[in-house]
Design a protein around this ligand. Structure first.
Ligand SMILES: [Fe+2]
Ligand SMILES: [Fe+2]
Length: 261
């Protein structure tokens, strides 16, 4: 059994006006390209981690065609919610509407064989930003002002901090739900990156790396990451061993799932 990851497919079968090609040629025909690359490598017994921004849909009925499309691809799909997953409502009702091969994580953990998956959506950190690492395709290549990190006393920083702290509590709930059995390998799914491209220490990396047996953290949310960066995430040495932080946004991966295990 292999474990793969692919985040942020931004499916839009029910929302054709939300086509992704406005974001650049890398998104051209992205759904058939994802399907082709997925079918080439993923087996029915495999697991595919999808940390958010799965569908543009605004409700469960609207998301049904996207979820059916995902269900038709091989493997068990494990999801956390992204900031654009407005179809994801109260967890009981949302879970009940999922096709057979789609599993959701929210304030809990999911054990499949000797693997445990946990995580949360996270948010824009009040302490760091990845905006400078994105190719904004603007004349001066600078991030738009709304994405710039503001000072510690700025109201936007306070607003970020409030949501970030709430998400850290959700991450703690998810960690608390991990079975206490020895020998399990743990993998975290987050929608937002928990650290910078050069792997700075953050409160999120500290919390994640307190989990014994954690080997991988997969996340998305960032699109159009520059290809010329000196570093684009990678491995940090945690107190319990190395942890690999991997950006899995579909455009970064060329619309193909990446193998994690
Ligand atoms: Fe996204
Ligand atoms: Fe996102």
């Amino acid at each position: 059994m292999a474990i793969w990851a692919l985040s942020d497919p931004h499916l839009s079968l029910s929302a054709p006006d939300k086509g992704m090609e406005v974001f650049g040629p890398q998104w051209k025909e992205h759904m058939p390209r994802i399907a082709r690359s997925w079918q080439r490598v993923v087996l029915g017994s495999d697991i595919v981690l999808m940390p958010g921004d799965v569908s543009w849909s605004a409700s469960l009925p609207q998301a049904a065609p996207d979820l059916k499309w995902l269900d038709s691809l091989p493997g068990t799909k494990v999801l956390v919610q992204g900031n654009h997953d407005h179809w994801w409502g109260p967890i009981g009702k949302t879970r009940a509407a999922m096709p057979r091969t789609i599993r959701l994580i929210q304030n809990d953990a999911l054990r499949l064989g000797k693997f445990v998956f946990f995580g949360t959506r996270l948010w824009d950190s009040p302490d760091f930003s990845t905006a400078e690492a994105v190719d904004w395709n603007t004349p001066d290549k600078r991030p738009p002002e709304k994405y710039a990190l503001k000072g510690p006393d700025h109201p936007e920083t306070a607003a970020r901090r409030e949501i970030w702290n709430r998400e850290m509590e959700r991450l703690k709930l998810s960690i608390a739900a991990i079975p206490k059995e020895p020998g399990l390998r743990k993998i975290a799914l987050l929608h937002y990156p928990p650290t910078t491209c050069d792997l700075r220490d953050t409160d999120a990396t500290a919390l994640l790396e307190s989990v014994e047996g954690l080997t991988d953290v997969v996340f998305g949310h960032i699109h159009s990451l520059r290809r010329d960066l000196p570093q684009a995430f990678g491995t940090r040495e945690g107190p319990h061993g190395p942890v690999n932080y991997r950006l899995c946004s579909a455009d970064w991966l060329g619309m193909a799932p990446v193998r994690i295990v």
